[in-house]
Structure formats: C-alpha cells, structure tokens
Design a protein around this ligand. Sequence first.
Ligand code: SAM
Ligand code: SF4
Length: 358
Amino acid sequence: MQNETLRPETTPTGLSDFSPTMDGTLRSHAPGTLVDKYGRRITYVRLSITDRCDFRCTYCMAEEMTFLPRHEVMSLEECLQVASVFVGLGVSKLRITGGEPLVRKEAMWLIERLGALPGLDNLVITTNGSQLDRFAPALKSAGVKRINISLDTLKADRFKAITRIGDLGKVLNGIKAAQAAGFRRTKLNTVMMRGINDEEFGDLVQFALDHELDLSFIEEMPLGEIHGRSGTYISSEETRESLGQRFELIPSTESSGGPARYWRIPGSESRIGFISPHSHNFCDTCNRVRITAKGELYPCLGQNDAMHLMPILRENPGEDAPLRQAIMDSMGIKPYGHDFTKQMESPQVVRFMSMTGG
Ligand code: SAM
Ligand code: SF4
C-alpha cells in the first residue's frame, strides 16, 4: 500500500491560482503556476543531464552498468527546452544532476544558457567533484549559485572501495577549486552506511567546519536492485546522537525548502543537515519533480509513475505548447508520497539514483 491512499484528492491539477489545503482554507498561488492535486506548488526541478558517471558508487550503481544509447538521451537543446518551459510555469530553482553532470560533453553549453534564463533565480548543481578543478570557474561565470559535492569518506582507500573507481585527491582538489572560484556555502553530501563510513562522521563534520562547508548526512534510499540495504542503514537520529558526544549541535529552524533539517555548531557558520526519507517523511511540503536524462518526468523519487516527455519533444520539435500541456498534466499523477521504509529489502523502485538524479 502506498501512502497515497492516506490523503484524499483536494484540488484540480495543472495551472491554478488557488488550491484548497487540508484544513479547508484556500491557499493562493501566482497565476499560471504548477500546483498538484494536494495543493503543493511545484517550484523546483531536478534535471538529470546524463545517466553516465566516472564513478560507480556501491549504493548508487551496479558494478556493471549498461548506459543508455545516445539517441535515447535528451539532447542539450531538449534539456534547455524542458527547463525553459518549467521556468515559464513558475519554477524558480533548477538543480543539474546526473549521473555525473560534468562528464556530459558540452555540459557547459547548456549550463551557460540555463544561467541566462529569465525567471530562474536559483541554478545549482550536484556533482561528485571529480571534474570541478576544471569547471568551477566556468560554473561560477555561468551563474551557478551553489554546488553540492558528494563525499562519503576522507580516506583514500575507503573512497576507492565506495566509488569503485574514484580518486579522493581529485575530489578534494575540486572542493578547493570551487572555493577559489568564489562559491560559498558549498555543501557536502554524505550517505550514511553502517560498518562502511560511520566511524568517520565526526571527522567529516570537523572537515566541514575547518573548510567553511555545509554538510548533509543522507539516509540510504532503496533505489535500484543493488543489495539488501537494511544491514547498512543508519537513521539520522542515531548519527545525530553520536555526533552530539563530540559537537554541540543546536537545532536550527532554517530550511532550504527541501527535506534536510539543519543543526548549527556554536562558533561556526557551517550547517549540518540530515536528509531523512525514512525517519522523517518530507512529502507534506514537497515542491519538486525530477526529470531523467531520458526525458521521464518523475513527480516522486520513491514511486514509479512517470510522464514521458521524450516522444512529445521528438514529435513536436521546438514547440513548447505540447510540452507545457504534458507538464501540467503530470501534476495529476504526483502521488502524496513514497514509502521507502517498507522497500529496504525489496525495492519497488527499480531505477537507480543515477537515473533519477538524486
Ligand atoms: N554524481 C553526482 C553526485 O554523486 O553528487 C550527482 C548524482 S548522485 C545520483 C546525487 C546524490 O544522490 C549523491 O549525493 C549521492 O550520494 C546520492 N545517492 C545516490 N544513490 C543513493 C541512495 N541509494 N541513497 C541515498 N542517496 C543516494
Ligand atoms: Fe556517480 Fe553520483 Fe551515482 Fe556516485 S552517486 S555513482 S558519483 S551518479
């Protein structure tokens, strides 16, 4: 059973100026914005521009991956068209992700154009950091506001074991390059894995404090048929308790509009976040949808329903109206939420995170 059944439908979907809330009041929306059937306004899109990656992180990909043939991946022009239609529908934040977005050939062509889209206030990117020493200055000049970098360990041999092929030194250089290019509040993302990187959580927090970085710990999510994950799963709460023995953690009311909850450490600007899809379901305030490199619009990370934009893009080249209609229609299939906890041993979501874009 999905928790969709827990919530009644509340409002017609698509474009709406007003939508009812669960307490029966009307919530107003700017005209021509995207609102789902539970009255949640969609303002944030995560766009995967490739399913390929130069790492093979154990929690994200299988060791042997078959990647999509080129013609099944959206062209950069198609990515730009999709993004600009979303922006026309009131989306103000776009995260470029993947796979590893910076291994896509000519990724900067797209990023420069996205940076110039009027109405897109917040262009951000999630990367494994391996290519940042090359690209950080260009990302800054293109108007990227903030960078998230995945970092699960500070030990080179462990880094190699988790990523299978990654080089920690390159990522650490990438972090330095981002800071030298003028990026502030760069955020590290750490997937918590018992028996794999849990004894390093305190050192990762200290690294973030020393380098004026933010850090979010992420509960491992059951995406893709990789391995039974309940052995490695650690809750945010458990990590917070153990970090509390080394650091004074003060809960903060700050929010980036996403699933992370933040804590501060006195004397530091760094925010320590916890992304807890299992222990704290964040569906209530969900404001986002995800687009895969194949042009599938997933209204929910944890469910399989998708709207396929690729046939619409290919049958109507350069035309925005059919695309806009499909995006509006997708509001009708956005479910109330996911149910990751029940899925840990036998994932119902068969795509890998590298497909949906994290
Ligand atoms: N390659 C880039 C990177 O690693 O940052 C961007 C894509 S990656 C899929 C986005 C984020 O998803 C990363 O922070 C990664 O750690 C996280 N991720 C991947 N698989 C995950 C899983 N099964 N559970 C939780 N987080 C996961
Ligand atoms: Fe690549 Fe990012 Fe997935 Fe690691 S988490 S395999 S870096 S896409």
